[in-house]
Design a protein around this ligand. Structure first.
Ligand SMILES: Nc1ncnc2c1ncn2[C@@H]1O[C@H](COP(=O)(O)OP(=O)(O)O)[C@@H](O)[C@H]1O
Ligand SMILES: [Mg+2]
Length: 308
């Protein structure tokens, strides 16, 4: 069977009835559209199997939708199609953390955007308070949208009950954002138990990578996932230079041992304090990063290495 998808499957088209649409992500096993439906703007995700190893890609859209339903989110639709599952959810019209912080990667002297950093930690804290962990935190999954950050892609979330027809074992996440205990378990068993502390590590890695372009651990750019995971387990931490409480917090969030990582309430309090107290906490002069259009990312590929 073909390894790609070229158009919206007819089963999905019948549900969405798009007036207009564009492809926003096209990866092996998953395709996402931004579509104008009779009910408003929606994200349409279509999953299909690519190989025996990553069979979960076919199930991921429906699994995510069942998580969103369990969280009580409105306007969620999902179902199956010939080669897998699909989901429909409201579109968040914001800017992801990676393009938002391009100004900081281009100008390492530029101020830290403490406001957005606080909003990211608040968003994750809300999810944890609802009894769920995300399991796949990365800069592309943090959407800043006028004073609030939305967490997207809950396909790997754990906590409440998930429709068992679409469930699959947690496969780990993009290794750049994967906590050492997760990497160790995935290497040993092929799966792991995602946790709030692993989400804190992944958020720390997301903040570090978005602000500097540097990933937490040292491994070659094109290393196989196993080699990347081994470098994480071996704690091959790279040095980084980040100012003020942002640098201190990110360093603590990236602690090797889960119990050494700070609680999100503490992270939020530190970043919120910095927005009030420190002159560095302001957005760059003359350019509100939240208002500038998403530019083409520079530096490392924040998705490098794939997940699973
Ligand atoms: N609800 C949404 N609102 C806005 N953008 C979205 C939404 N869902 C997905 N996207 C966009 O589509 C991309 C891929 O979606 P994602 O859920 O991460 O699927 P996958 O990881 O399978 O590609 C995201 O990085 C984001 O740009
Ligand atoms: Mg994703």
């Amino acid at each position: 069977m073909a390894d790609t998808l070229t158009e919206l499957p007819s089963e999905v088209e019948a549900v969405v009835r798009p007036r207009a649409m564009r492809v926003v992500a096209d990866r092996r096993g998953s395709m996402v559209w931004d579509a104008e439906s009779p009910h408003g703007r929606v994200a349409v995700k279509v999953g299909y199997a690519v190989d025996g190893k990553r069979g979960y890609t076919a199930l991921a859209p429906a699994r995510e939708a069942s998580v969103l339903r369990a969280l009580g989110r409105p306007h969620i639709a999902y179902g199956t199609w010939e080669r897998g599952t699909f989901s429909v959810q409201p579109w968040y019209d914001g800017v992801a953390l990676w393009p938002l912080w391009e100004y900081r990667r281009k100008g390492p002297q530029a101020p830290i955007d403490y406001e957005t950093a606080a909003q990211c930690a608040e968003a994750l804290n809300r999810l944890h308070s609802d009894g769920w962990v995300h399991g796949d935190m990365q800069p592309a999954h943090l959407i800043a949208d006028g004073g609030i950050v939305h967490l997207i892609d809950l396909a790997f979330a754990h906590g409440g009950s998930v429709n068992s027809r679409y469930d699959f074992p947690y496969p780990g996440c993009l290794v750049h954002y994967e906590a050492p205990e997760i990497s160790r378990a995935v290497l040993a068993t092929g799966t792991a138990t995602p946790s709030p502390a692993a989400d804190v590590y992944a958020l720390g890695a997301s903040l570090l990578i978005s602000a500097t372009g540097i990933r937490p651990m040292e491994y070659p750019d094109h290393a196989e996932r196993e080699e990347q995971r081994q470098a994480v387990v071996d704690n091959k931490r790279r040095p980084f230079d980040l100012p003020g409480s942002f640098g201190v917090m990110v360093d603590r969030m990236l602690s090797y041992e889960p119990y050494d990582r700070p609680a999100l309430s503490e992270v939020v309090a530190e970043f919120r304090a910095a927005t009030k107290g420190e002159p560095k906490g302001k957005a760059p002069t003359g350019a509100d990063p939240a208002a500038s259009p998403p530019g083409r990312p520079v530096g490392v590929d924040p998705r490098g290495g794939g997940r699973g």
